[in-house]
Design a binder for this molecule. Structure first.
Ligand code: FES
Length: 69
């Protein structure tokens, strides 16, 4: 599903970047994909998807930035 319409970012994109680049904060996610950097309406949904994706990946490699998600 689309999370950010302004930048055409899907939940799959977010999960992929968490898995491949170790993104684990909204700041990193916004910097990489532009999420929540334009109208901002996607922020809440993006944060939820990010939190889920990080939790899935985080079982093996703890992320210090998780608290900042
Ligand atoms: S929908 Fe993501 S910045 Fe507008």
């Amino acid at each position: 599903m689309y999370v950010c319409l302004c930048h055409s970012v899907t939940d799959t994109d977010i999960r992929r970047i968490v898995r491949t680049e170790g993104v684990c904060t909204m700041r990193e996610l916004s910097g990489k994909l532009g999420v929540a950097s334009q109208c901002g309406k996607c922020g809440r949904c993006a944060r939820e998807v990010l939190r889920e994706a990080v939790a899935e990946e985080n079982a093996a490699i703890p992320c210090a930035g998780l608290a900042a998600v």
